[in-house]
Design a protein around this ligand. Structure first.
Ligand code: FMN
Length: 261
């Protein structure tokens, strides 16, 4: 069986997608192996079991939510099957902090019997604000993702030392923040293009009328806000607005990517 590079990611606003794809593409070039992509963002992408063949390398990308792996990915990761396959973790965060997300991912995949060979905590523009992590991943981030892939490939080719990858983070992991119940509002400029409904990872926006959204389902990923061609979608929730002000005040300064190899 030929080795494949399996890029698997959840990415509502596409930052994780860019970084995970670039890392996997470079690995595919270095191993002269085919690359296969599985996008877990939309509900239909999350139902299937993912089975890795013997030598396949998994590149697993997710955005950091509240310093953790997004809760909705827990059952999805359950469905990833393999035996001792190398895993590359790509955690993408919005220039605040990745807290315990990388550690959590390392632990989950290690417990599943995979070998976590490397992990990256890369920056993506914050889902809540264009002023935090603005424009990232940029050209430098993409270059760094490629360099990360080169070092990862060297490590895989050299062979495992059998040790568990050392990463930043604490256990018990950061508590998940109390759920905000809020749905996006819609300005009058909305012209029913349906991009928001089509791009919603939890089907919270009505296809009959995209102004109607289910606040109980909404995970505030801001896919709708960022995809709207006329910027008609926004959140009017006080907690989210205050949090955004805090992010823009305290976390505007550009952070560096962190890699663990
Ligand atoms: C609900 C939610 C929680 C988030 N929590 C964090 C966080 O704890 N730390 C951080 O730096 N960024 C946080 N972010 C920002 C995202 O991690 C960041 O914008 C990432 O690039 C989004 O990835 P995507 O473009 O693949 O959706 C959060 C975003 C959302 C929607």
């Amino acid at each position: 069986m030929e080795r494949k590079i399996r890029a698997v990611y959840f990415s509502p606003t596409h930052c994780t997608k860019k970084l995970t794809t670039k890392t996997a593409e470079k690995l595919s070039e270095l191993f002269e192996a085919e690359m296969e992509t599985m996008d877990l963002t939309l509900p239909e992408g999350r139902g299937r079991e993912i089975t890795l063949d013997n030598k396949d390398i998994l590149v697993f990308g997710f955005p950091v939510y509240g310093g953790r792996i997004p809760l909705l990915l827990e059952p999805v990761i359950e469905k990833i099957k393999g035996s001792g396959n190398p895993v590359v973790i790509m955690a993408v965060y919005g220039n605040r902090d990745f807290d315990d997300a990388v550690l959590e991912a390392r632990d989950i995949f290690t417990e599943k019997g995979f070998e976590v060979v490397s992990a990256g905590a890369f920056i993506g523009e914050h889902s809540y604000s264009k002023n935090v992590g603005t424009g990232r991943p940029d050209m430098t981030d993409i270059k760094e993702a490629e360099e990360f892939a080169v070092k990862t490939a060297e490590k895989i080719k050299t062979g495992s030392d059998g040790g568990i990858l050392k990463v930043f983070g604490n256990k018990p992991y950061k508590e998940r923040s109390a759920g905000i119940v809020a749905a996006p509002e819609t300005k009058e400029t909305c012209y029913d293009c349906m991009k928001c409904a089509k791009g919603c990872p939890v089907s919270a926006i009505s296809f009959d009328n995209p102004r109607i959204a289910d606040a109980e389902k909404c995970i505030h990923c801001c896919a709708c806000v960022k995809i709207c061609p006329v910027e008609a979608k926004y959140f009017d929730n006080e907690m989210m607005k205050n949090f955004t002000v805090m992010l823009e005040t305290k976390f505007a300064e550009k952070k560096e990517n962190t890699v663990f190899i």
